[in-house]
Ligand binder design. Sequence first.
Ligand code: ADP
Length: 569
Amino acid sequence: MVVNKDSLIASQQNQIQQLLFLQTVTQAMGEADGFQVALQTFLEHVQKLTNWVSGESWMLKENVLVPGGAWYSSTPQAGAFHQHSISLTFSLNEGLPGRVWSSKQVEHLTDLTTTSVDHFFRLEAAMQAGFVEAVGFPFLADNQVLAVLVFLLDHHHPQNNLFIELVSTAVAHSGHILQQKLIKAALHEREALFAGIIAIVQEAIISINTSGNIIIYNTGAEKIFGYTAQEAIGQPLNLLIPNRFHFIHNQHITQFDSAVGRRMGESREVYGVRKNGEEFPAEAYILRLAIAGEKVFTVVLRDITERKRAEEALRYAQEELEQRVVGRTMELAKANEELVRSNKELDQFAYIVSHDLRAPLRALNNYSLFLKEDYGGVLDESGKEYLRGIADSAKYMDRLVIDLLEYSRIRRVQVEFGLVKSSELLERIINRLQLREQATIRIPTDAPEIWARDVHLEQIFTNLLSNAVKFCKPNVPPVVTVSWKDAGNDWLFEVQDNGIGIAAQYSEKIFGIFQRLHTQDEYEGTGIGLAIVKKVVEENNGRIWVDSIPGQGSTFSFTLPKKAAKNRI
Ligand code: ADP
């Protein structure tokens, strides 16, 4: 085979040219600052090497191709064509940029004058600019297209094919450089975002390396600790920790490292020290990251001085309140004790007084009898009347004293609890007082058995029933009804009559000692019955009240707890 010397020389020159171009373009791109600048560098190198009048870049944005920032145009016509192009977009697979993007192949339109507009959308503008050829190159990395370059040529030239080959090789070799630029740009964006977040948070974010020196110190930390980042970075973390806590704080970090301590992200309360020496409580999270094989501990710390102060104030207020409650309870207990004591004394006094009073009363009564028997003959009618008055008064007073005695006995005398069959008790009382002879009495047959003091219940019903019959209206036969209800924790009893009733303003007063609304002539009595009833009911932790319509009748209601309280006396 005969080798043509000239063609051999030409091909060697080509190869050297190719290598040189490759070296310079890749080096320049590598040095370029960012993706766009690298693309622009590439285009400019092609511009220098070839006689191609226009170069442009296309990039993918939201699924369409848009003009990339990098371009050149060597003639005014090419400039006009560029102006026309920058407002356009191409769908994938459409037009020269779209097809190159999808096919990932170089495409050369060798004669635009015979190309249809469907194949090259910008044909009209290209014709006006005097372009005759167009060629598109895909910039690939890991089989992904990063950008498409389109060049336009304004005259056919035998060297064009050689240039196309050269540029193809350069494009194929520099795809990874562009990819690096993209990755770097993304990293920069992330870093900027991260730095932005770190800068705006209120918390102190402090990272230390394995030697315990501060490597990250944000604005939050500057505000909390008072040191500037410049002052803090490179210093040991101990700078920010009170001396006495150095050991324990360092232990936290060691514990974290050995994963014995708390789980990551769990907070704990620590103490920090500001530049001015002031100590403050803080809440801190410790995070551990391994970056390039080196562990980095990050402390996220919040100043909780205010929160602590508020908690302290709250605790103080609570303690004070508790103390006041304790004090008040003690006062009340004392007052209660005092009351019980004085009540007992009063009962004792009433007992002694009434007991001692009865003897002279009996004497008074007896002497009035002697007077009547021995001197009745010498007394005229009014004298006898006075004598009767003395005897009646003495008797009445004796009854008052007896009642008073009974009243004072309620608390003084201890009575045992027992199961009381209330229906049977009612029947017994009615028979004893012979109430059925004076009135219509209705009592329930199913009234409950209750845990109570027999005597007390008898006192209550005796008084209420006899009053119900006693305070009847003239000429109206009395009707008395006893009923009961289960009221949850209590039994509720009601004694209802159709008697004279009680005006609302007296509904409290009638429960007082010796409080009566009538004279002896109208309705006899001493006015102590209801006082006894009230005292007995309350002694058993119950309540008593009256509902009444004057002229129509009254209903006396009282409750007794189902679970009888312990005998308090
Ligand atoms: P006494 O029955 O000895 O008068 P109480 O203490 O039992 O004393 O009653 C006090 C007063 O309450 C009575 O004087 C009467 O005015 C009024 N009272 C009591 N029960 C009734 C009743 N069922 N109907 C109308 N008034 C009543």
